[in-house]
Design a protein around this ligand. Sequence first.
Ligand SMILES: [Zn+2]
Length: 458
Amino acid sequence: MSDSRADLVITGCTVLVHDDQERIGFEENATIVVRDGVIESVTTGPAKTEAGTQAETEVEAGQRIDAGGQVALPGLVNCHTHAPMVALRGVAEDLPTEEWFNDVVWPVESNLTEKDVELGARLACAEMIRGGVTCFADHYFSMDAVAAVVAECGMRAHLGEAYFSSQGPQGREKSVEFALRQRGAADGRITTALAPHAPYTVDDADLAATAELAREHGLPVHLHASENRDQAETSLARHGVTPIEVLARTGILDTDVLIAHATGILDRDLPVLRDVTGRVAVATAPRGYLKFAWPTTTPVRALHDLGIPVGLATDGAASNNSLDVWESMALTALIQKSTTGDPRWLTSRQALHHATLQSARAVGLGETVGSIAPGRRADIILVDLTGPHTQPVHDLAATLVHSARSSDVRTTIVDGRVLMRDRELLTIDVPTVVRELGERMPALLDRSHGKRVQEYNT
Ligand SMILES: [Zn+2]
């Protein structure tokens, strides 16, 4: 039977499943069989006997995890981050957006080296794996260094080399070259996007050229747009159009596009977005909006009504202070209730739908991950609900969203490979990364040169 041996069998867990209407459900005493990085079967057997379940006794496996008392969920996806910015966690606190960019972050980023990016990415991946994140969409500089870390640590990632028009055409060219060079790397775990920074830092001609390149090469686009209400109003005052309308007129909305934040979406943007439903997705990272005291949040309900997926995200740790997607899930549910004034809007099951299928769709992996089902890649997390803060369980979806924490994730699996087992990271040495990154801080944080990579002026 050795040639039919599975790579990994997980037994005895409760598993989150989606029915054919994509409703979230849970099945108990499940056995998940993984072969060649793919989920081969998910069976819910008869109650476990001393001899084990039927599936358990039949399947031979290279690796077995007895997950009794745990819930198997699709791995979380961080749909918009700047992973290496964990190096700047806490350096620009309690500031408005403009001062955060101009006085601290963009001056510091003019010191960034490839080594800083590599170490920051490694620390970020450790944090994300520990928090049950199996895939992240990253938008930053020196992205070959991030891709190398992804290859080495075993995560899945959707990567884009960010650029501003102030870099000249080379910024855009580097982004295309990166996307073509790294597409499909790390045994297919890396997908890529073109990554213009935002309509307020990338001009219309550059955006139009980007859209053309995206179509020519079959690449998606990942960018910030209408991040906050102030940007939308400034764009209207200066150009007579909203940032979303800029994306439409430059052809960006004719590509597969992932928009970060979009808390500044106005009513006039909704028909524009309706026309491109199916190509556009939005990533929401609510902690940063609260911290910057932005007056609005991502209009999840309006986007839902348009059929536009909203994925969960953290943005970078320089603004969000953590890469905790679990927290983004809980905050999204709470902020939606608060902003709509409707306790029935954004139920725990809806929050889990955002965390699973919608997040997978947002990063272009809607057919690949986001669900524990035969044929999907085996990106799975096991969550321990035996702690006092998660007992008793009367409503499992509510327990997961509102009681459980990212630290309840015990095991993180990507492509069938276990990256964390029983809270132990298997592919990243955190103390070494922290030490090496610490040594680089004086040079990285030096702002005496008076330079910055860009000016924030919406
Ligand atoms: Zn961002």
